[in-house]
Structure formats: structure tokens, C-alpha cells
Design a protein around this ligand. Structure first.
Ligand code: ATP
Ligand code: MG
Length: 665
């Protein structure tokens, strides 16, 4: 508490009424949340287990737990819940699933799984619309708390009618698989709280103070979840910044900030105006840019840090040149400032933009850490093994069953599986349960039946083992039983591929081992499996360290800060994104640019290229309109072909030389 400003202190001490902290970037909102958790436990004697904090990503949750950990001893902090909305929903559902018609060992379908299911359903009654579009519509409804019947009733277009009919089927199939998709993890807890007074009472007893970070990015369903959890009596703290709302495309609703005031008449609002993160110049540019957006709330933001140096804008010939320039800037800057790789971040609009930077960083042997690229969890071998684990936990998970039943090959042909599927559907059984039916013998030959049965018995035996004891021995047994190493070897085009895959399997095992450590809350297989399902694309990998340059999207950078930041690809069609230009709506893209700028603490460099290759063809590019919206007296443009003064050139050459020497020594 010692170093907080008076407004922050007031926000921390306001523990009895609903509170909204509305403030710009870097003003210490997240800091208020961590300090307040410590205050609630330390000064107000509220047991940690009655405090629930919600953040936007698992990474943010982890960071907050660490920060709180520094303020409190382990002992008093025990039981504190810091999680994302989805993890919170998952935990609630472990208890409430039965009341909603699911079993508590439900599977969680990721985006691939749900798209696959929708594809399957469409195959039955082919229509004119794409699976992707239909899935998005269903997702929108779920985020708006619209159920299938209601969706059908409201549908006023052919597309909506088709989507609503599909929605109903989709839910029915999910239920048959005892599976929930990501949107259900919010929607279903809301339904449970809404429909059942006892459920409400249970959760309201558990949560005595609720804190929500990045509140501007909550959607309707999440807002409703908050509302139901706190009722009219539980105090809560929401912090947010309408200028940083960047998830409208996922249903986020910044008007939820206003709704709070209407729904909670006792709401206190505290504004924070001092930015502690960025040099004056960076902050001035950010404020100037965002002033071009219409505003719900008036906010001011100032910084007591020095003005710093003006923003640098570098024009580059093309994408490769851009990567080389940025890396050369980093090397030079590091040399002159004696800083570490970890002080630099390269930020961009889309994941595909990282490649040229990775290449050049590798060429210079600079360690880097990439967030949210092709994830470890998307490798075939990792998905295969995780599907096995899913099936062990939830025997109704037909999707997992189909993924693993022939991996490694068990000589079960498509015809056999189709007949099994038909039998299971006719008798309303899961695929695994159908394997045990004696009636199966009437539709399948003896060999096929006995192979299926053998597989099913093996699964059930392992599942029993997992339910009775520790998860790891069962997982190791499984991998041994299926001779997975041999399968990888036999199916690789070359030995190196088999080795790479085997390494992934080993990494997965190490990782599971760590998750299953005694003392960790999630030791049993069910908990491990659901935890993996909830790892977000944004935080599926670890953090990197102080010796790595960070590479990530603007979205992934939300809430973070870096001493020196580079915003690359500052061009029309990248930022602002092509689709927003087509839709003629700049405000969300501008907020994204604002989020980017406000990540920087000491220096910020923006780059754009004059041309880029798109699908093999060169395309010329225009600098982003947002560059023109910056206060021009606070930026320095470096044009293409600009003569760099000899002194600068010499310094740069020295930096490269030093780097080389470092590599050789
Ligand atoms: P964002 O909008 O980007 O999420 P935020 O409002 O959550 O930002 P924080 O991340 O909490 O801001 O704080 C920004 C930086 O300012 C952090 O490094 C934090 O430690 C520091 N800070 C916050 N409050 C103070 C304070 N009262 N005195 C000094 N430093 C502070
Ligand atoms: Mg924050």
C-alpha cells in the first residue's frame, strides 16, 4: 500500500460496496487489484478462499498470483482463486454439471472439435452456409445467452434459421458426448445460477469479494455471471479502460462499463490519472491518437516520468528489410544502453507477421520468445495422446474415441466404425459403451467385434486405474501399451521426423509430470485434462526469460509492459486491418494501436514497409493512417534511403562488431 497514490489507496480501501476503477493504460489498475487482495486478507481478515479474482488470460492469472504471493506469505494466501472466466466456469461446472444434464467428468471441446462436429452435422443435411460462419453465429448466441429455441424464434433470415436449427442439434450432440464447448463454460454456469436458488446460495457463500481485471473486455454472458455471483450484496471491484476494449469481435461489450452504473445504484467510481509506465512523449502520442475515437467517458492521463525521446518511425523497403532494421536497432540500442534482450518486444497485428523477425533473430543468434505461434498442443502426436487422456476421463467422448481407436492402427476399418456408430446412435449409447453390447454381433463380424471389445476393455481398465490412483503411472502405462514410439517410427517419412515427434511426446510427459506434482491442486487425471483444454492460444507456452526478445501480437500484449517496444507492420490493411477498412470502422483498430503504444515504457519505434509479398506477388503498401494521427512534433520520421549520419553509422557498425565478438568469445 505504501507507494500507492491517494486514488489507488481509496480504491483498495473501498471494500464494502461495488466499485469501478475506470482509468487509462498504465495507471496502476492491475496493481490496485493485487494490493486489494493483499489488503482484504491482511487488513480485513477475509479468508483467501472467499476471494475470487478474474483475469483475461491464464498468463495474467499466473502473474497476479505471483505478485500477490510477494505481498503475502504462502500460508495466508492459500485457497485464493485467481483464474480466467473460463477456468472459473469450469470449476463451477464440476459441481453443477449434474443439475444441467451433464456428468461432472465432461470433456471440453476446443475450436477444432466444435468445428469438426458442425462439419459432421452439416454433412447430414448439407446447406448453403459454411461451417465456420454457422459456428460463429452459434458462438455469438451463446455469448448473448440466447438458447436454441429462442434463436429459432428470433431468426429473421435464412442464415439465422439454418444456424438456429443447427444450434439445437449441436447442443444435443455435445450433451450426448458429455462435452461442453468454450462458450458453454460461461453460458452453463449462468443457467445454473439463474435457475436454481440453492446453486446461487452456494456460490454467493463462497465468494465474499470478486475482483475483475480488464473488465472492458467482458461479454454479455460474462457480465451476467458476475452479476449472478455477487447478487445485490457482495462487494466487487471491476477495473477497466474503455479505450483498451479489443475483443468486440468475440462479443466483448464495452457498454458493460455503463451497465454497471445502472445495475448497481450504489456503485462507486474511481478514476486514476497518473500513468506510471511510459515516458511523457509515448503517453502524449497515445492520448493524441485515441482522442480520435468517440468516448463514453472523459479520462485524463499524465506521467511524471521525463519526456524521453520522440517516437521513431522507420520506413523500410520490404518485410525482410524491416526485420533487419528492427534487429539492427535492437543490437545498436543494446550496445549503447547495456540492456538485456528481455527489455525488447516486437509487436504486430497477426501471428503470421513474426516469421521474418524470427529468421533474422536466429541469424544473429539472438534468443527470442514467441507467444501464440503454432502451439505445442497442435502437434498431431500431442493431440493423439491428449485424446486418449480425454477418453479415459470421459467415456462418452466419441470425438476422442474416433481419434484414437485406430491410432496406432488396430485394423478397424471405416465400415466397421460406421456400423458401430449407427448401432450406438440407435441405442443411444456412447461408442465405447456400444463396444460391450452383445447386439453388436448381429451387425459386425466376429473379428471386428472382438477387436473393438479388446480396445474398449483396455480403455476401461486404464480409466479405472486413473480414477483410483495417481495419473502419471497410468499415462506411462498407456504409452507403453500402444507402442507409441514404434508407431511414430513406422509412420515418419524420415528418422528426423520420428525423433522430433518423440521429443514432443517426451516434452508432453515432462509437462504432465509437473502438472501432476503432489501439492498441486490438479493431481488427478480429470483435473489435468481440463486444465490443458483451457490453456489459451495466448498463453499456451511459458514465459521466456530476461534473455529473450519477446515477439507477440498486440492482443497478446494487453496488460503487459516492456522497456523498449517496436510496433511493426504499421500499414494500411495490417493495422488498421483490411476487414475493418472494408467495414469502415476504425475505432477498434485504433484502440488496438493505443494498446500497442501504451505497452512501451522508455522507447517506442514504429516501422512500415513500402511493399510486401502477398501470395507470391509484390504489393505496394501505404503507411498506416494512425501514423499520421500521432502528434507530428513528437515523432521522428526516417524515410527510405535517408542518409544516416556518419556518426550513427559508425556506432551501428560497432554494435554489430561487439555482437560478433560476443558470439565468438
Ligand atoms: P494496463 O491498462 O496496461 O493494464 P494498468 O492500469 O493495469 O495498465 P499496472 O500494470 O497496474 O497498470 O501498472 C503499470 C506500471 O506502473 C507497473 O509497472 C506498476 O508496477 C506501476 N505502478 C502502478 N502504481 C504505481 C504507483 N502508485 N507508484 C509507482 N508505480 C506504480
Ligand atoms: Mg492492467
Amino acid at each position: 500500500m505504501a507507494n500507492l497514490n491517494p486514488e489507488q489507496r481509496a480504491a483498495v480501501r473501498e471494500v464494502s460496496t461495488p466499485l469501478l476503477v475506470l482509468a487509462g493504460a498504465g495507471s496502476g489498475k492491475t496493481r490496485v487489484i493485487t494490493e486489494k487482495i493483499a489488503y482484504l486478507i491482511g487488513q480485513c481478515a477475509l479468508p483467501a478462499k472467499h476471494i475470487l479474482a478474474v483475469t483475461f488470460t491464464n498468463k495474467a492469472a499466473r502473474e497476479m498470483r505471483e505478485r500477490v504471493g510477494k505481498l503475502l506469505s504462502d500460508e495466508v494466501g492459500r485457497g485464493l482463486q485467481v483464474s480466467t472466466f473460463h477456468t472459473l466456469g469450469m470449476r463451477m461446472l464440476r459441481r453443477e454439471a449434474p443439475g444441467l444434464g451433464y456428468k461432472s467428468n465432461f470433456s471440453i471441446f476446443d475450436a477444432h472439435d466444435s468445428l469438426h462436429l458442425i462439419d459432421e452435422l452439416l454433412r447430414k443435411g448439407a446447406g448453403a452456409f459454411t461451417a465456420d460462419a454457422l459456428r460463429n453465429r452459434i458462438s455469438e448466441w451463446k455469448n448473448e445467452l440466447v438458447l436454441p429455441a429462442q434463436a429459432l424464434q428470433q431468426a429473421d433470415s435464412e442464415f439465422d434459421t439454418a444456424a438456429a436449427l443447427l444450434y439445437e442439434q449441436y447442443q444435443r450432440h455435445l450433451k450426448a458426448y458429455n462435452a461442453l464447448d468454450f462458450d458453454d463454460l460461461i453460458l452453463q454456469p449462468v443457467l445454473a445460477l439463474q435457475n436454481d436458488a440453492q446453486v446461487r446460495e452456494h456460490w454467493r457463500n463462497r465468494v465474499r469479494h470478486l475482483l475483475v481485471d480488464e473488465y472492458q473486455d467482458t461479454n454479455t454472458a460474462q457480465y451476467r455471471l458476475v452479476q449472478l455471483l455477487v447478487g445485490q450484496t457482495t462487494p466487487f471491484t471491476a477495473v477497466g479502460d474503455d479505450d483498451q476494449s479489443i475483443y468486440a469481435w468475440r462479443g466483448a461489450n464495452p457498454e458493460n462499463l455503463q451497465r454497471l452504473q445502472a445495475d448497481f445504484p450504489r456503485l462507486q467510481v474511481i478514476k486514476l490519472e497518473q500513468n506510471y509506465r511510459s515516458a511523457g512523449c509515448i503517453l502524449k502520442c497515445a492520448n493524441h491518437l485515441i482522442a480520435n475515437n468517440p468516448h463514453l467517458f472523459e479520462k485524463r492521463l499524465w506521467s511524471a516520468l521525463g519526456y524521453g525521446s520522440p517516437l521513431k518511425i522507420i520506413a523500410c523497403r520490404d518485410g525482410e528489410h524491416e526485420a533487419e532494421r528492427v534487429v539492427s536497432e535492437i543490437l545498436h540500442h543494446q550496445f549503447t544502453h547495456n540492456s538485456r534482450h528481455g527489455d525488447y518486444a516486437i509487436l504486430y497485428r497477426g501471428n503470421h507477421q513474426s516469421r521474418p523477425f524470427e529468421k533474422v533473430l536466429r541469424e544473429h543468434s539472438i534468443a527470442y520468445h514467441l507467444s501464440g505461434g503454432t502451439s505445442f498442443f497442435e502437434y498431431t502426436e500431442v493431440k493423439d495422446l491428449l485424446a486418449y487422456l480425454r477418453l479415459l476421463v470421459n467415456e462418452d467422448d466419441d470425438r476422442a474415441f474416433l481419434r484414437v481407436v485406430n491410432t496406432p492402427r488396430r485394423e478397424l476399418g471405416a465400415a466397421t466404425l460406421e456400423k458401430l456408430g449407427a448401432y450406438a446412435a440407435a441405442h443411444e449409447l456412447s461408442l465405447l459403451a456400444a463396444c460391450f453390447e452383445s447386439g453388436l454381433e448381429a451387425v459386425l463380424n466376429r473379428r471386428a467385434t472382438s477387436r473393438l471389445r479388446e480396445f474398449a476393455e483396455w480403455v476401461v481398465a486404464l480409466a479405472d486405474g486413473a480414477r483410483r490412483g495417481a495419473a502419471m503411472p497410468v499415462i506411462r502405462q498407456l504409452i507403453e501399451d500402444i507402442d507409441y514410439a514404434d508407431w511414430l517410427r513406422d509412420n515418419a517419412k524420415e528418422p528426423a521426423e520420428a525423433e522430433r515427434r518423440q521429443r514432443n511426446v517426451d516434452d508432453l510427459l515432462d509437462w504432465l509430470e509437473r502438472l501432476a506434482e503432489p501439492g498441486d491442486e490438479s493431481r488427478d487425471l480429470a483435473a489435468i485434462v481440463s486444465r490443458i483444454a483451457l490453456l489459451d492460444r495466448l498463453d499456451r507456452d511459458d514465459e521466456g526469460n530476461a534473455e529473450c526478445v519477446r515477439l507477440m501480437t498486440f492482443h497478446a500484449a494487453k496488460g503487459l509492459e516492456f522497456p523498449h517496444a517496436f510496433m511493426v507492420g504499421m500499414e494500411e490493411n495490417l493495422l488498421p486491418h483490411r476487414s475493418s477498412i472494408e467495414a469502415d470502422d476504425m475505432s477498434e483498430e485504433r484502440r488496438l494501436a493505443y494498446v500497442g503504444i501504451t505497452r512501451a515504457q522508455k522507447s517506442l519505434t514504429l516501422t512500415y514497409a513500402s511493399r510486401r509479398r502477398r501470395a507470391g506477388e509484390w504489393e505496394s503498401c501505404e503507411p498506416s493512417r494512425f501514423l499520421a494521427e500521432l502528434p507530428q512534433e513528437d515523432v521522428e520520421w526516417e524515410r527510405p534511403g535517408a542518409v544516416i549520419n556518419p556518426e550513427k553509422r559508425k556506432a551501428r557498425a560497432q554494435a554489430h562488431l561487439a555482437q560478433l565478438k560476443g558470439l565468438l568469445s
